[in-house]
Design a protein around this ligand. Structure first.
Ligand code: UDP
Length: 328
């Protein structure tokens, strides 16, 4: 199948591209390189540098592929802004990029008859979870513009697909970490905020110490519990999701996590068994719920998907990738 991946030069998009190509699919990476990197584009993918809000450019790509006898069957959407604190200070940029970007992509798809969309959503749509284990039909009450725009996008997709006879796979991600086994791609950003990359920067001596934000939460060891999923497992779910759509099985919305919770102290302890680094406790970070994990039975059942890679493999691959990029 032929897949257009908007945002395919970014962290998760580039991993989806690698897995699609390994599965034998054709890929067009469509990215404006605002945060993505040219080096992250798989050498076997066709690359188009353009903006998701440029409907003419998108339609041109769809038309070119159709004329070449390989019409795009699935469009994947990863081209979004995703930093929660930034979304709180620049909400309009989030509506513009995330909501208007998706609207434009859907308009181009409708115009050119592209029948299927795979969309990156987030556990942030659940907001402050009422229950620590999120099911897809748990209440969605986002507490920041990032989650709010993703929820608006989910709803737009449902309406547009219903009106135009299209199908969707919407995936809500939990805590994504790690790097592709080739170490060609990984999370490469100037400003890292996520736990695992910050641990690895400490282990590589790029940061003085890791701070654990809060040890007085209502959890067994007092630190927050999250559901960490290896980016390659997550990417594989996108391949299965795209195949599900092209096999005309209908639409789906599913959580993607490991289905297993680790506390921050447990992640730090696992990392300490592999690397040496300094850490200490610090005050709570604003907006962190005590426990957030995924029920992943729906993705398992509908896609036959099962995460394969362990927490240790997430830690190791992030370390190896980070060491590689720090050595230039
Ligand atoms: N965390 C931490 N120290 C850090 C970064 C994160 O203790 O330097 C904690 C954070 O408070 C949360 C968990 O690790 O409880 C996961 O945070 P992350 O930013 O990786 O992802 P989030 O769950 O916020 O999407």
């Amino acid at each position: 199948m032929q897949v257009l991946v908007a945002g395919g030069a970014g962290y998760i998009g580039s991993h989806a591209v690698y897995q699609l190509i390994r599965a034998g699919h054709g890929v067009i990476v469509y990215d404006n390189l605002s945060t993505g990197q040219r080096e992250a584009v798989h050498p076997e993918a066709r690359f188009v540098q353009a903006d998701i809000r440029d409907q003419t450019a998108l339609e041109t790509v769809f038309a070119q592929e159709a004329a070449a006898g390989r019409p795009v069957e699935v469009a994947m959407h990863f081209a979004a802004k995703l930093i929660v604190p930034e979304s709180l200070t620049q909400p309009l940029a989030y509506y513009q990029n995330n909501v208007e970007g998706l609207r434009t992509m859907l308009a181009a798809m409708v115009e050119r008859g592209v029948p299927n969309i795979v969309f990156s959503s987030t556990a942030a749509v659940y907001g402050e979870p009422i229950s620590p284990v999120c099911l897809e039909d748990s209440p969605t009450l986002p507490i920041n513009p990032y989650g709010e725009t993703k929820l608006a996008c989910e709803r737009m997709i449902r309406w547009v697909c219903a009106a135009h006879g299209m199908n969707y796979a919407i995936f809500r991600y939990f805590n994504v970490a790690g790097a592709d086994s080739s170490l060609q791609i990984g999370l490469n950003k100037d400003q890292l905020t996520h736990l695992i990359p910050l641990i690895m920067q400490s282990a590589l001596g790029l940061r003085e110490r890791l701070e654990i934000y809060g040890n007085d939460y209502d959890t067994p060891d007092g630190t927050c519990i999250r559901d960490y999923i290896h980016v390659s497992d997550l990417a594989q779910a996108h391949v299965l999701g795209a195949e599900y759509l092209t096999q005309n099985k209908g639409s789906l919305l599913a959580n993607l996590g490991s289905g297993h919770g680790y506390s921050v102290s447990e992640v730090v302890a696992a990392a300490e068994r592999m690397f040496s680094f300094k850490w200490g406790f610090a005050p709570r970070r604003a907006g962190d719920p005590a426990k957030l994990t995924a029920d992943i039975s729906r993705a398992r059942e509908l896609l036959g998907w099962q995460p394969q890679l362990s927490l240790e493999q997430m830690l190791r691959s992030d370390y190896d990738y980070r060491r590689k990029i720090s050595e230039g």
